[in-house]
Write a protein that binds this ligand. Structure first.
Ligand SMILES: NC(=O)c1ccc[n+]([C@@H]2O[C@H](COP(=O)([O-])OP(=O)(O)OC[C@H]3O[C@@H](n4cnc5c(N)ncnc54)[C@H](O)[C@@H]3O)[C@@H](O)[C@H]2O)c1
Length: 326
């Protein structure tokens, strides 16, 4: 039975990971600051509430971090400010959480538990506009927003603690992730889940015209499987990209959401609208990745095709509508 800490474990990715770890018998601690309007939701852990230790605390607070990291075997560092847009209107909060917070967590590990393996939830946003497709780990990083820069710095800190302090750190650069337990109140984080919300509310999905930009979308269970595999010496000191291997245009993704919505009896529909200025300025265009390095190292491939992932997503929210879609 391993002892595992998940920072940001009440949020989307962290809580799905917690479900998987509890199912295999690990001792799970969650450290989450429950900051509005972020993705925390106590409903995300209601099935496992009695099996996890929940610490309401902040990765910016050294004492909270030291209490949480003590004696852990593995730390999944998922806490973060995750809105590209908010990072541009309120850069200081993003810097505070995604830079100072990550460094505070690493310092706590260095001081009281430098043997734990730390797996950082990095992002494709650290890369910015791509100069070659598919993008792999050798692609230069040139983030287009404050979130991307700060997440990049967080990743660098993790890797410096490996090279300088011999700690077991790595980064998984996650692509657009969707599925159950994502917050459904606003569209600042995951676009696909926001489209699902609009279908539930009988509102048209609005696609910024012409919606031809290609993206990878990973179902959350596939990302969780990758995170479990990364808890290995083969990941230490490394960066890995995760992706779907099936790039799809935004308009086709919206059409897939509409098709899934119709299967569940909704009057789902989408329409083209002009780009808002604040979105256009940080848009990166086509972005899809090669995850060959991760496959070569761990044998992982995503196993959930988009229509199946969407069906599971609709099913989840239909059963728990009152807890997610107010
Ligand atoms: N969802 C994606 O598609 C995606 C893609 C790439 C990377 N990521 C990364 O994965 C991680 C998790 O993302 P998510 O989608 O689950 O987001 P989320 O908003 O659902 O979860 C983040 C959680 O972190 C908590 N948190 C925020 N600041 C904190 C702090 N200072 N101290 C403690 N807890 C804090 C929030 O309360 C929330 O519960 C983030 O680091 C994000 O950058 C996510």
């Amino acid at each position: 039975m391993a002892r595992v800490l998940i920072t940001g474990g009440l949020g989307f990715i962290g809580s799905n990971l917690a479900q998987a770890l509890v199912a295999r018998g690990d001792q799970v601690t969650i450290l989450d600051a429950m900051i509005e309007p972020m993705g925390f939701n106590l409903a995300n852990i209601e099935e496992i509430r009695d099996s996890v230790r929940l610490l309401v605390g902040d990765i910016r607070n050294p004492d909270d971090c030291m209490e949480a990291v003590m004696d852990q075997d593995t730390i999944y560092n998922c806490a973060g400010q995750v809105s590209h847009i908010d990072s541009m209107t309120d850069p200081w909060t993003d810097i505070d959480i995604n830079i100072r917070g990550n460094l505070t967590l690493l310092e706590a590990c260095r001081k009281v538990n430098d043997r734990a393996r730390i797996i950082y939830a990095g992002t494709r946003g650290q890369i910015g506009k791509v100069v070659r497709q598919p993008c792999d780990e050798t692609h230069p990083d040139s983030p287009t927003d404050i979130y991307g820069v700060d997440k990049w710095a967080g990743e660098k800190y993790h890797l410096i603690y490996h090279t300088s302090h011999g700690m077991k750190t790595c980064s998984l650069r996650i692509n657009n992730c969707y599925g159950p337990r994502h917050q459904m109140k606003h569209g600042k984080y995951g676009i696909m889940n926001y489209f699902v919300r609009l279908v539930f509310l009988d509102q048209p999905i609005k696609v910024f015209s012409p919606g031809t930009q290609l993206r990878d979308y990973n179902y959350v269970d596939d990302v969780v499987q990758a995170m479990l595999l990364a808890n290995s010496g083969k990941a230490d000191g490394e960066i890995f990209l995760l992706g779907s291997g099936q790039p799809i245009s935004l308009a086709d993704m919206a059409a897939a959401v509409v098709a899934a919505g119709k299967e569940f009896g909704f009057n789902a529909r989408f329409e083209m609208v002009p780009w808002p200025v604040e979105r256009k300025s940080i848009e990166v265009g086509d972005f899809f990745v090669s995850f060959e390095k991760f496959t070569r190292t761990f044998g992982w491939k995503p196993s959930t095709p988009l229509p199946e992932g969407l069906r599971k997503t609709f099913q989840f929210y239909q059963e728990r509508r009152d807890k997610y879609i107010v």
